[in-house]
Design a protein. Structure first.
Lengths: 229, 337
């Protein structure tokens, strides 16, 4: 589903965010991406979302090499990638329902379709009864779940999460992680950037570790997608 | 490719897939249309939410549009007047002294048969002298003359279609070329001067109109730029979840068009008000000059065209702003370091 082939990202001559990173994530695999602050986690995610282009090497998502993707094609790639942010990036000028509906609206889904799929996504994260509320009225954990509902509402094959539990207490964090695990069980490839080592150890999944732009652990895909370090 | 955490909705999804595959194209077009309607309505609602700011933008636009339109209307009225005066343009052809009355009558027949001539009157030299004697008061002086110094004269009134300055000039050339004609006179000078003046005025008004249209585009562009700034988060999220550039642009283009609609409406109101305010004095003035001059307002078609042009200008302004500022907003900054 995801493949990095000798990917290097250099911002300028003295700042190299990623150095010859190689790894491969299979369909339905759930992996963590960890490393110290500034190790290149965000850069790696940005390369997947085509917010940045690699300086060298190839980034492949769903069989498509992103390097040479024309600018106008980028939106269509992003429709296949759900993203969850630490600060969830919800819009406070509209209801929970309309926040979750955004990915469907950009795709031009019919209102009937939108209604059904948004409710299915909200149901999945346990917020079906809050669809008419403003995200501001929700707790931090609920806001994050709205963000997840928005990321999965159009059923993307790839789900990226950037510090999704950064602001949450351990119980809520575990709930969120369980959600991600459920998605991976039905075939969604999930990559979670996090430095919550306790949580990562508890989940016992494959972990990609970055250190100063080098991938120092977890680079080789392991059978079954579990037990890596 | 699609993967759902729960198996149930998946089945429903498959059913839906079967249903939509019957006419996916039609469904697509329908949802596109629905989306446009929604965006148009949302943009309008947003404008209503800040009534004072919107009203000010409309007024700026309305004034900038009303000014050139008012001048164009004035110009059209003036041209109407000059057309009225042109209708009284008459061509006078003086025959050579040697030309006999018979010769002149033959010539009158020939000229009168021309398609551009509406009316022709022959004034023979005796009648001319009598009229001159009566009107000039030089009765005694004329008695000293041994013979009538006046030639036969033809008074030609051009046909409606030939009453432009060019048409009259062509007719003059035609008559001048006839045998036995000494001189053709037409008081075209003042007509040409008036035409030249209205032409100049028309150009000045159009130049002003273009400048003001550019100002309108810039005003709307700036307003839309502010609106883009205030909706930055929304644009970022839309781009993140796969919104195309045209999807992101659409609400702002509608906003520009709505600003145009409001501006056009304000311009119409301003025009009607000033027309109503000026019509009394103009009538009085025209009455003093015994002129049938009147200020004409916009016709229904004209008003419609004004609204359409205003909307296009608003749209164009929004497009400029969107082109300049929307591409700068890229979601790269969201993900942090």
């Amino acid at each position: 589903m995801i493949e990095f082939r000798q990917v290097t990202k250099r911002y300028d001559s003295d700042h190299t965010a990623l150095r010859q990173v190689n790894f491969h994530l299979a369909r339905g695999e759930l992996a963590f991406l960890t490393g110290h602050s500034g190790a290149g986690k965000s850069t790696l995610l940005k390369l997947l979302m085509v917010m940045e282009r690699p300086s060298a090497g190839e980034v492949v998502v769903g069989g498509q090499i992103l390097n040479s993707l024309p600018r106008r094609q980028i939106p269509y790639i992003r429709r296949h990638i759900g993203v969850v942010f630490q600060n969830h990036q919800l819009l406070f000028d509209r209801t929970v329902f309309n926040n979750v509906a955004m990915p469907l609206e950009v795709m031009g889904a019919t209102p009937r379709d939108v209604g059904r799929r948004v409710r299915a996504a909200l149901d999945k994260v346990g917020l079906l009864n809050k669809e008419k509320m403003n995200p501001l009225q929700l707790s931090g954990g609920e806001q994050q779940r709205v963000g997840i509902a928005r990321a999965v509402v159009n059923k993307p094959p790839l789900l990226l999460a950037d510090e999704p539990t950064g602001n949450l207490d351990p119980k809520l964090s575990a709930d969120i992680m369980n959600l991600f695990a459920q998605f991976s069980q039905v075939g969604v490839t999930v990559l979670i950037a996090s430095h919550d080592l306790a949580l990562i150890n508890e989940m016992n999944r494959r972990t990609l570790t970055l250190d100063h732009g080098n991938l120092i652990a977890g680079g080789n895909p392991l059978q079954g997608g579990a037990g890596g370090r | 490719m699609a993967a759902d955490p729960s198996p149930k909705p998946r089945k429903a999804d498959a059913e839906r897939g079967a249903k939509t595959s019957r006419s996916p194209w039609r469904e697509q077009a329908e949802s596109y249309f629905i989306h446009h309607r929604k965006v148009a309505r949302d943009s309008a609602v947003r404008m209503w939410r800040t009534p004072v700011a919107s009203l000010m933008t409309w007024t700026v636009m309305g004034v900038a549009l009303a000014l050139p339109v008012a001048l164009l209307l004035l110009l059209a009225s003036l041209q109407g007047v000059s057309a009225g005066w042109e209708s009284s343009a008459r061509v006078t052809a003086y025959m050579k002294m040697s030309a006999s009355l018979e010769q002149t009558q033959a010539l009158a027949g020939e000229i009168g048969g021309d398609g551009r001539v509406a009316e022709l009157e022959l004034i023979d030299r005796d009648r001319a002298l009598a009229e001159f004697r009566a009107s000039s008061g030089l009765d005694d002086a004329l008695d000293y003359l041994e013979e009538n110094p006046l030639p036969h004269t033809l008074l030609v009134t051009p046909e409606e279609s030939a009453r432009s300055a060019d048409g009259v000039a062509a007719l003059v050339t035609f008559i001048e070329g006839m045998e036995g004609v000494e001189r053709v006179q037409v008081d075209l000078g003042w007509l040409q001067r008036l035409n030249a003046m209205t032409d100049l005025l028309a150009r000045a008004v159009w130049a002003l109109a273009i400048l003001l249209a550019a100002a309108v585009v810039l005003v709307i562009g700036n307003t839309v730029r502010l609106s883009i700034e205030s909706r930055r988060d929304e644009i970022l999220v839309a781009k993140l979840v796969g919104g195309t550039d045209s999807f992101v642009r659409r609400p702002f283009l509608y906003t520009g068009a709505w600003f145009g609609l409001g501006g056009g409406a304000v311009a119409l109101i301003l025009l009607q008000l000033s027309l109503w305010w000026l019509s009394g004095p103009v009538e009085r003035l025209a009455g003093l000059y015994r002129s049938d001059f009147s200020l004409n307002g916009l016709s229904f078609d004209g008003a419609f065209a004004l609204i359409i042009v205003a909307m296009l200008l608003g749209w164009l302004g929004a497009w400029v702003a969107v082109k300049r500022h929307l591409d700068d907003i890229e979601p790269g900054e969201i993900a942090g370091g």
